[in-house]
Ligand binder design. Structure first.
Ligand code: HEM
Length: 140
């Protein structure tokens, strides 16, 4: 919220579309999970029974919701509340520290899949996702 400007949202959105549209194998969100799972044994263990075809599909929508939640969109807030509770210690038990690896892995994948990646793109992703990440951490 607050310092997420329209310009950041637009930059994020354009970059996200370039990533999703990039045909390079294994695909943007699959690549993200490849990097994320190899970043930590704890992360890999959490996903040991995951169907990644479904997981990449739900994450794709979730990233749009995170963008919309910056402006308090009710549907986006409802989504954020649901996934925050799913990731909390009562359910998936995702430690707040793991969100740093999550964001670093996602930015690594963006770097590889957005041909126009630059410092401003990175700032836009950090700004736009920062609100949702902080929200989820605070609900641990
Ligand atoms: C802001 C960051 C994150 C977002 C937006 C996000 C989003 C999601 C979404 C949308 C789902 C699927 C929910 C459903 O099934 O309806 C999910 C599941 C899951 N997430 Fe996250 N997540 C985030 C961070 C993390 C982190 C840091 C971890 C650490 C390991 C993690 C581990 C998992 C696991 C284990 C599942 C369940 C997978 C399964 O069903 O097998 N997530 N996440």
């Amino acid at each position: 919220m607050g310092n997420v400007t329209e310009q950041h949202a637009e930059r994020f959105n354009d970059s996200y579309e370039r990533c999703i549209d990039n045909p390079k194998p294994p695909g943007f969100l699959y690549r993200f999970y490849e990097v994320f799972l190899s970043s930590s044994e704890e992360v890999a263990a959490k996903f040991k029974n995951t169907d990644f075809e479904r997981q990449t599909r739900v994450l794709k929508a979730s990233l749009y919701y995170l963008m919309l939640s910056c402006n308090g969109s009710p549907a986006a807030m409802a989504h954020l509340q649901r996934i925050a509770s799913l990731h909390s210690r009562r359910q998936l038990d995702i430690r707040p520290e793991l969100y740093d690896l999550w964001l670093a892995s996602l930015l690594q994948a963006v770097r590889e899949y957005d041909p126009r990646f630059d410092q401003q793109t990175e700032t836009a992703w950090r700004q736009v996702l920062g609100y949702g990440i902080e929200f989820m951490r605070s609900r641990y």
